[in-house]
Write a protein that binds this ligand. Sequence first.
Ligand code: ZN
Length: 459
Amino acid sequence: MDGRDGRDGRVRATLLIVSLVISGCSKVLPPKDQVIALEGATLIDGAGGDPKPDAVIIVRNGHIEAVARVNEIPIPRGAERINLVGKTIIPGLIDSHAHVERWAARRYIAWGVTTVRDLHGQTDSIVALKQEMNLGSILGPRMFVAGAMIDGVPTTYPNATGVATADQARHAVDLHAVAGVDYLKVYTKITPALLRPLLDEAGKLRLPVAAHLGKTDAVTAARAGVVSIEHMAGVVQAATGDPMYASAHNDFLTGWTAEEKGWAGLDSSSVARTARALAQTKVVVVPTLVVHDMLSRLDNPILLTRPGMEDVPENAESVRSVPSLLRRTGWRPSDFDAFRRSRRRQDQFVREFRRAGGAIAAGSDAANQLLIPGYSLHEEMSFLVGAGLTPLEAITAATRRGAQLLRADSLGLLAPGKVADLVVLNGNPARNISATRNIAMVIIRGRVIRPDSLRATWK
Ligand SMILES: [Zn+2]
């Protein structure tokens, strides 16, 4: 101890002289280290490792410097020490399927979501929002973006990029690359004939492609090289081989309705066979069970007042416009009955895909109807556990798997050298997954944030 103190003293004296010399020359002082010691919590690493009790995490300048058991390593002098006995620390959550709106930025942080994978927005404005968040000019999660999704023609949404030929598909990929997107998203009207040149061009530019397809079944898309299947789209087509689904997707809602009902008619063995075929391709599935569940209960007005909705502004049309969606879909009670019967098969698919070694990432699809930015990712974790994942697997789906999908190795894992985005929970989610919703503290970019104080800024 003494010897080290002596050495520290000499180092400090040297540093003082160096800094005096520097300040004498230029008046610029070196930045001060910010060190935080998180002591005594149970640590869940995000990669499926066993929870480690009595952990200490040293955070220096926004990165994890050390992870150990209490008393195994010295606490650096000058560290801000935070006693977390009785609490659990998990990595900052990653929402792998988001549509980020400006008002939602701080909501994500309050719910412990420190990274979002945005999967469609007007390209220029979504790239601008990403830059504002990533540079820290507005408080929000780290953001990765697809820009506008690429669809067939006519496009389902007016702000999508429509392509009708192989050349147009390649050109759309190039335009997105120039605009600065991180990956691409392809949508329901993209056929196998358009998907192939699109993937070829994206491969040259090293842009991963996320797929919510309707005219291309999930196994065909995965074998062609998409990195993710969103909403389990195209699984029913792959399981049945029925061309009816492809033609239903001439119209988005007709296609979604047919596919959503189609799950109920699948038998158990074809679900298992399709899950195994997909797992072999190494594609990541982002099931968004919370979307399927919410849409199967869209006729239940209670969902508009469930916990979490208090964080959604009254004028947030995207989340609250349930009556207009009901009118647009024309769904009747028999449709909702079918959707609810389908949920069992969707859960079975998730279970079989996992059993076959497939990678599952958690995504919410917020801020679409009834889906609450931040909160709905916790609902998704609960649905994944309902489908048969363990709580630790659900947490991995919402942390490390999301980072892997983003090819962002420094995220989603509590280990030395990684970014110190993390969430402190009051309870232990390894026992009960709903404990992820009870958040004491969030750390992002070296900032310690209490959800209650953050909520006070918009209430
Ligand atoms: Zn979406």
